[in-house]
Write a protein that binds this ligand. Structure first.
Ligand SMILES: Cc1ncc(COP(=O)(O)O)c(C=O)c1O
Length: 835
C-alpha cells in the first residue's frame, strides 16, 4: 500500500465525535421536529442509524466505483433467506466505531444498548440456512470480494413467537413498520416478471429463428431495495439486494373496460401477495404455488438485473461466466438454471448450446440436507401452468440429459429413474441443479460424504469432478466482537485484535489454558455473561435462575430430528431422580431452550408445550431447592441468540446422527467457550476433531448405525420401553397427566411418535429412546466435569482457542479458491468517519 493511501486509511480511523453528535441532533430535528431530550428511543435509533448510514454511503459509492474500475468478477449469492438480525450494532463494529459511538452517545445521555434494542431483527430467514447467507455476506465484504446477496424483501419476516399458556402463538412480524433506515429503494432498476399464460411459437420471418412468445400472462414489477453490507475495517460496502413487488401500472384505467379493471386488481393482488410473507418451514418443503412464484420472482428479477449490468460493460453475453458466478443456496433458487437459459435464448438470441455453455459455467449449487421431506419436487401440473416457457426449457434439459445417461449406462433404466429431472409427475429441483451446475457442495465433511456415498451416489459416480465440500462457518464479528464484548476485549488484551479478521489466530490462546489466572478471568467473563442472561430471563420470563448453576442451552429451530424431545425427556428423568433421592448429590442446572416451530408442525408445537409444562412443574417445586430450572426463551432470533451463546456452559447439539447437514449454532457456542454435548453429526464431527474428544461430550448412534437401521426397517423402541423402567416411567408421564393437569391427550402425538401405537410411519424414527441412556450418561459426565472447575475452565477455554476453523472467512476463502475464483479489490476510504 502506498504511503499516501496508508495515511488516508489511518486518518479515516479518527472518529469525529463532535461531528457525529451534531449529525444525530440534526437528524432528530429534521426527522421529528424534536430535541434529543424529547425524542423517543425509537426516534433516537432512527436518527443514529441515519448518521451512520451517511458514512456508509460514501464507502458504498467508492466500493462500487472500484469494482467497476477493476472490472472484478462478482459472486451473486442467490438465497430465499437472509437472516440478517440487527444492522446498527454490527455496522458500527465493522466500521470499527462501536466504542467511539457508544461513548459519544453516553455524553448525550443516550445508552447505545437501549438504542440497539429498538431495532427489529431483519428476520428474512428461518434458521441455519438463512443465517449462513448472512454470515457469508459479512465475510465476503470483510475479505474484499465483490458480491451481491439476492433475495426477497418479505413484508413480514419470520413470525414473532409468543408463548401463551405454554403454547406457541404466531404473531406477524411487521418489521418495516417504523421504516428501515439502512435500505435504499432503487426504482430505476425495476424489472418485470411474468407468470402463467401460454407460449406461442413462431418463426422470425427475417432471421428464420424460433421465437417463443408468452401470451395472456400476469405480471408484476420487481423493485429492488439495497442494503449495505459493511466489511470490517476495510471500507468495503457490498450490497444485499432484496426485491419488493408492485403492480404494473400502465393500464389506462380512465378508459377502463371490465377486462382491464379485473386484470389491474388481479395484478395488484399478486404484487401484494408475492412478497408478503416468508414461509416458516425450516428443512421442509411445502409445495405451495405461491412459494414457487416467490422463487421465480426474485430469480428472474435478479438475473435480468445482473445481465443488464454485465452487458452495459461487456456486451458479449457469451463470456458472462468470466465475470459472474451464481451460487444457489439450496434448491430454492434453482429455477435460475432454466430462467438463465430463457433469458439467453429468448431475449439475447443465443443458440441452445451457447446458452447451455454459459449457464453451466455460471451456476453452482449448495446442498443443505439429505432429508427427503426437504427436497423440492414440484408437481409438473403446477410448475408448467405457472412457468410455461420455463417448463419447456426444463423438458429440453431433461431430454438431453437422459440421452447422456443412456449413453453412459446403456440398458440401465434405473439410472434414468433416479437421475432424470422429470419423473413421476414431478420436477426434481435438486437434480436440475446438479445437472446444470458446475459445482455441487455439501456443508460439512460428513454431509458431503453421505451425499457422495448415499443420497447422490449416482450423480457422484457420473460426474465426480463437480462434488466438493465446504464446511459451514460463522462470523466472529457478530458472534464474538458484538455478542460477547467482555470476552472479545479479554482476547484482544491477550493476543491482539488480529483474530477479528483472522480467526486462526485465536489458537494463540492455547498456551494460556495452562495459566490459572487466565482461566479464572475467562470463567469470570462467562459468569458475567450468565448474569446478563439471568437478567434477560428475569425480565422476559419472570423466573429467577442462579448464574452459578450450569447453563445448558439448546437453541435452534424446533424439529424432530434436532431432538428437543430427547432433552426434555431427560429433564423429566432427572426430576424423577431428584424427587426420589433428595439426598443424591446433584449440581444445580438451568436448562434453557429457544425454538420456533413451523406453524403447522403439530409434534413440534406439542414439544414446546411440553417444555413449558415441565418448566412450570419443576420451577415451582420448592422441594427440589432450585436444583433444576427449565426456561423457554420466547421468540428465539439472532439478537437474543448473541446473548445466549455468550452465556452457555453446555452446547446441546443432539440431532439424530446423519440428519443435521452441518449446524452453525454449534460453532457459535464453541467460539464462546461452551463444550459440545452432542452426537457425531454434521460439523460436530469436525468440532471434536479440532478440540479433541476429551473436550466434548459425545454420545449416541453413529451416522452409519442410523443409516443401517433405516435400511433395515428401523428398530423397535418397544423393547427399550419395556426393559428400562426409568425410560418407561418418563414416557408414561407424557400420558398420565403429570405435565398436563390431568389431561391425558395433551402429548398424545409425541407419545405415539415414540411408540407408534397409532402412527402409520415407523416408531421413534429419530432414535430418541435408543440414544436415551447414552445421552443420560453423557449428561452425567458433564456434571462430573463441571464439578472440577479447574478442568472445566480448561475445556471451555480450549473450545474457544480451537474454534479458528469455523469462521465463515475460512469457508468463503474455500468457495473463492475452488468455485468462485474471485479477486480481492482494495477500496480507499470514501470519507473520514463522521467528519
Ligand atoms: C437465530 C438463529 N437461528 C438458527 C440458527 C441455526 O442453529 P442450528 O445450527 O443449531 O440449527 C442460528 C445459529 O446459527 C441462529 O443464530
Amino acid at each position: 500500500m502506498s504511503r499516501k493511501k496508508e495515511n488516508k486509511r489511518m486518518f479515516s480511523k479518527r472518529f469525529e465525535k463532535a461531528a457525529f453528535k451534531t449529525a444525530v441532533k440534526e437528524n432528530v430535528k429534521t426527522l421529528y421536529r424534536k430535541t434529543i431530550d424529547e425524542a423517543t428511543p425509537q426516534q433516537l435509533f432512527q436518527a443514529v442509524s441515519y448518521a451512520v448510514k451517511d458514512v456508509i454511503i460514501d464507502d458504498w459509492i467508492e466500493t462500487q466505483k472500484r469494482y467497476d474500475e477493476t472490472d472484478a468478477k462478482t459472486v451473486y449469492y442467490m438465497s430465499m433467506e437472509f437472516l440478517m438480525g440487527r444492522a446498527l450494532g454490527n455496522n458500527l463494529i465493522n466500521m470499527t466505531a462501536y466504542k467511539d459511538v457508544k461513548e459519544a452517545l453516553e455524553e448525550m445521555n443516550i445508552d447505545l444498548n437501549v438504542i440497539e434494542d429498538e431495532e427489529p431483527d431483519a428476520a428474512l430467514g428461518n434458521g441455519g440456512l438463512g443465517r449462513l447467507a448472512a454470515c457469508f455476506l459479512d465475510s465476503l465484504a470483510t475479505l474484499n470480494y465483490p458480491a451481491y446477496g439476492c433475495g426477497i424483501r418479505y413484508r413480514y419476516g419470520m413470525f414473532k413467537q409468543k408463548i401463551e399458556n405454554g403454547y406457541q402463538v404466531e404473531v406477524p412480524d411487521n418489521w418495516l413498520k417504523e421504516g428501515n433506515p439502512f435500505e435504499i429503494r432503487r426504482e430505476e432498476y425495476a424489472k418485470e416478471v411474468r407468470f402463467g399464460g401460454n407460449i406461442r411459437f413462431e418463426k422470425d420471418p427475417v432471421t428464420g429463428k424460433d421465437k417463443f412468445i408468452q401470451e395472456n400472462y400476469e405480471s408484476v414489477m420487481a423493485v429492488p431495495y439495497d442494503m449495505p453490507v459493511v466489511g470490517y475495517g476495510n471500507h468495503v460496502v457490498n450490497t444485499l439486494r432484496v426485491w419488493d413487488a408492485k403492480p404494473i401500472t400502465d393500464f389506462k384505467l380512465d378508459e377502463f373496460d371490465r377486462g382491464n379493471y379485473h386484470k389491474a386488481v388481479e395484478q395488484e393482488n399478486l404484487a401484494k401477495l408475492i412478497v408478503d410473507v416468508l414461509y416458516p418451514n425450516d428443512n421442509h418443503y411445502s409445495g405451495k404455488e405461491l412459494r414457487l412464484k416467490q422463487q421465480y420472482f426474485f430469480i428472474s428479477a435478479s438475473l435480468q438485473a445482473l445481465i443488464a449490468k454485465y452487458k452495459k460493460k461487456h456486451g458479449d453475453i457469451r463470456k458472462l461466466y468470466e465475470k459472474v458466478v451464481i451460487q444457489m443456496n439450496d434448491t430454492h433458487p434453482t429455477v435460475a438454471v432454466p430462467e438463465l437459459m430463457r433469458l439467453l435464448i429468448d431475449v439475447e438470441g443465443l443458440s441452445w448450446d451457447e446458452a447451455w455453455e454459459v449457464t453451466s459455467k455460471t451456476c453452482a449449487y449448495t446442498n443443505h440436507t439429505i432429508m427427503a421431506e426437504a427436497l423440492e419436487k414440484w408437481p409438473i401440473d403446477l410448475f408448467s401452468k405457472l412457468l410455461p416457457r420455463i417448463y419447456q426449457i426444463v423438458q429440453e434439459i431433461d431430454r438431453r440429459f437422459v440421452i447422456q445417461v443412456r449413453e453412459t449406462y446403456p440398458g440401465n433404466e434405473e439410472k434414468v429413474r433416479k437421475m432424470a429431472i422429470l419423473m413421476d409427475g414431478q420436477v426434481r429441483m435438486a437434480n436440475m441443479a446438479i445437472i446444470a451446475g458446475f459445482s455441487v457442495n455439501g456443508v460439512a465433511k460428513l454431509h458431503t460424504e453421505i451425499l457422495e456415498k448415499q443420497e447422490l451416489k449416482d450423480f457422484y459416480q457420473m460426474m465426480p469432478e463437480k462434488f466438493n465440500n465446504k464446511t459451514n462457518g460463522i462470523t466472529q464479528r457478530r458472534f464474538l466482537a458484538h455478542g460477547n464484548p467482555l470476552l472479545a476485549d479479554w482476547i484482544t488484551s491477550k493476543i491482539g485484535d488480529g483474530w477479528i479478521t483472522d480467526l486462526s489466530q485465536i489458537s494463540k490462546l492455547k498456551p494460556l489454558v495452562e495459566d490459572e489466572e487466565a482461566r479464572r478471568e475467562f470463567m469470570e467473563i462467562k459468569y458475567q455473561n450468565k448474569v446478563r442472561l439471568a437478567k434477560y430471563i428475569k425480565e422476559h420470563n419472570g423466573i429467577d435462575v442462579d448464574p452459578r448453576s450450569i447453563f445448558d442451552i439448546q437453541v435452534k429451530r424446533l424439529h424432530e430430528y434436532k431432538r428437543q424431545l430427547l432433552n426434555i425427556l431427560h429433564i423429566m428423568y432427572l426430576y424423577n431422580q431428584i424427587k426420589e433421592h433428595p439426598e443424591m448429590s446433584f449440581y444445580p442446572r438451568t436448562f434453557i431452550f429457544g425454538a420456533k416451530a413451523a406453524a403447522g408442525y403439530l409434534r413440534a408445537k406439542e414439544t414446546i408445550k411440553l417444555i413449558n409444562s415441565v418448566a412450570d412443574v419443576v420451577n415451582n417445586d420448592r422441594s427440589i431447592n432450585g436444583k433444576l430450572k427449565v426456561v423457554f426463551i420466547e421468540d428465539y432470533r439472532v439478537s437474543n441468540a448473541e446473548i445466549l451463546f455468550a452465556a452457555a456452559d453446555v452446547s446441546e447439539q443432539i440431532s439424530t446422527a446423519s440428519k443435521e447437514a452441518s449446524g452453525t449454532g454449534n460453532m457459535k457456542f464453541m467460539l464462546n467457550g461452551a463444550p459440545t454435548l452432542g452426537t457425531m453429526d454434521g460439523a460436530n464431527v469436525e468440532i471434536v476433531q479440532e478440540v479433541g474428544e476429551e473436550n466434548a461430550f459425545i454420545f449416541g448412534l453413529s451416522s452409519q448405525e442410523v443409516i443401517n437401521y433405516e435400511n433395515n426397517g428401523g428398530y423397535n423402541p418397544v423393547d427399550i420401553y419395556f426393559n428400562d423402567w426409568e425410560i418407561k416411567r418418563v414416557v408414561d408421564q407424557l400420558m398420565d397427566g403429570t405435565y398436563s393437569n390431568g389431561d391425558h391427550n395433551m402429548y398424545i402425538n409425541l407419545y405415539n411418535s415414540l411408540l407408534n401405537t397409532q402412527c402409520t410411519d415407523r416408531a421413534d424414527t429419530y432414535f430418541i429412546l435408543k440414544d436415551f441412556r447414552s445421552y443420560a450418561d453423557a449428561q452425567k459426565r458433564v456434571e462430573e466435569a463441571y464439578r472440577d472447575q479447574q478442568k472445566w475452565s480448561k475445556m471451555a477455554m480450549l473450545n474457544t482457542a480451537c474454534s479458528g476453523k469455523f469462521t465463515s472467512d475460512r469457508t468463503i476463502e474455500e468457495y473463492v479458491r475452488d468455485i468462485w475464483h474471485l479477486e480481492k479489490v482494495e477500496v480507499p476510504s470514501g470519507q473520514d468517519l463522521f467528519d
